[in-house]
Design a protein around this ligand. Structure first.
Ligand SMILES: CSC[C@H]1O[C@H](OP(=O)(O)O)[C@H](O)[C@@H]1O
Length: 407
């Protein structure tokens, strides 16, 4: 937005429709992170030692069998679906039976491990198997374009393919096992990185506490918990940690139209864990910030550019603008596997558009006339200027310092 003084001295605002950042120069963005080495001793108990999360998936590495919790049916019905191939993996991701950037990567990669344990892969010669794996990976990648974790997990598979090709003599059984081991390693690593992420992020939030027993009120959007990861979650994982550490007053969860990850999934998780919270509509966010003394907004991510611009569920950008206006710290909580090292800014992030039907129906019933024209992007991009910090498994960063992770 730029102002050009008229002859009378009044200022005429010329709105720059292409401005990708909210530049309210009278409001300085809150930029503050703290890391473990700055705090010293920090009593920490991994959530895994406290309780079991809701499990979004079950994988048996011996039998190579995979089941996922069908999130389209939650909260009304708890039903598991077998994933027996990459095609099944593609379908459950595309249909959002599983969703959440970290979980998408883990389910997609494990579906490849399952696929290679049966025909036709089992009887393929090396060259055909190699091409088959490449094609199946590309198919998985086409399921949902914005969540970068899947691309990063498939990059690991590509590295194995390259290495295996140089390891003579070629052996299809060895190749299958390498890919299956890598998929399982990605799954186990996702859980390990979640613990580190929660330690770093919770420490950072707690370090802003005005007293040692202060309880935080945290606002969050979408679902970033055990139903978006293989473990306890990112932003919602921090809310879990604050609760078990007796440092949470309440969470304020946005329902997150139109898929309603907040009302259907986050409320489901918070009730399951008996965590104090309240559900609000997306349109209530500003009034809630003004009414309930929100201490911080914590959100997840689907893709983070090297400058810290962050793609996340649609509505996140408006939440960042509101947080900025209300002088509330706004944090992105995400594993490093959500960072896209190949892009410098958020303008390069491809935003997935979801089917119109998801916007004009609710629970299968019309919520708008058939044929209503809609715009239904699944994500938006929050500029780094509105982000107080990016909290990761490898440390907490001011957005402008994020690229140092890869220097
Ligand atoms: C752990 S971050 C999950 C991330 O993914 C969600 O999107 P979707 O439900 O469409 O997969 C949302 O953007 C969350 O922040």
């Amino acid at each position: 937005m730029s102002n050009t003084p008229s002859e009378s001295g009044e200022q005429n605002c010329i709105v720059d429709d292409n401005a990708d950042s909210f530049d309210a120069s009278d409001l300085k963005p809150i930029k503050k992170v703290v890391n473990l080495h700055e705090i010293g001793d920090y009593a920490w108990t991994p959530l895994a030692e406290i309780g079991n999360p809701l499990r979004s998936l079950e994988y048996n590495p011996d039998t190579k069998t995979l089941r996922i919790l069908d999130q389209l049916l939650l909260p009304g019905e708890t039903k598991h679906v077998e994933v027996k191939s990459v095609e099944d993996g593609y379908a459950v991701i595309k249909n959002m039976q599983v969703r959440g950037a970290p979980l998408i990567a883990t389910v997609g990669t494990l579906s490849l491990a399952v696929d290679l344990n049966q025909e036709p892969a089992l009887s393929m010669e090396y060259d055909m198997l190699f091409s088959y794996i490449e094609e199946r990976c590309q198919h998985l990648l086409s399921s949902r374009p914005t969540a970068i974790n899947l691309k990063n997990s498939i990059n690991q598979i590509d590295k194995i393919l390259d290495l295996d090709l140089r390891n003579m003599p070629v052996d299809p059984a060895r190749l299958r096992k390498s890919i299956q081991d890598a998929a399982y390693h990605w799954y186990i690593s996702e859980m390990a990185e979640n613990d580190l992420l929660l330690k770093n992020a919770t420490l950072c939030i707690e370090s802003f506490s005005p007293s040692s027993n202060y309880k935080f009120t945290i606002m969050t959007i979408c679902n970033t918990g055990s139903l978006a990861t293989s473990s306890f979650g990112t932003a919602l994982g921090v809310i879990r940690q604050l609760h078990v550490r007796n440092r949470l007053e309440k969470a304020i969860a946005l329902e997150t139209r139109p898929y309603n990850q907040g009302s259907r999934l986050t409320a489901y998780e918070l009730l399951h864990d008996k965590i104090p919270f309240m559900l609000i509509t997306d349109s209530m966010a500003a009034a809630a910030m003004r009414t309930f003394g929100v201490d911080a907004v914590l959100v997840g991510a689907d893709q983070i550019a090297l400058n810290g611009d962050t793609a996340n569920k649609i509505g996140t950008y408006s939440l960042a603008v509101l947080a900025h206006h209300h002088k509330i710290p706004f944090y992105v909580v995400a594993p490093v596997s959500t960072i896209n090292q190949r892009i410098l800014s958020g303008s390069a992030i491809k935003i997935e558009e979801r089917p119109a039907l998801e916007l004009i129906t609710f629970n299968g019933k019309p919520s708008a006339p058939q044929g209503t024209p809609v715009w239904n992007p699944a994500f938006d991009v929050t500029p780094a200027s509105l982000i107080s910090g990016i909290l990761t498994d490898k440390g907490n960063f001011l957005p402008e310092n994020l690229a140092s992770l890869f220097a």
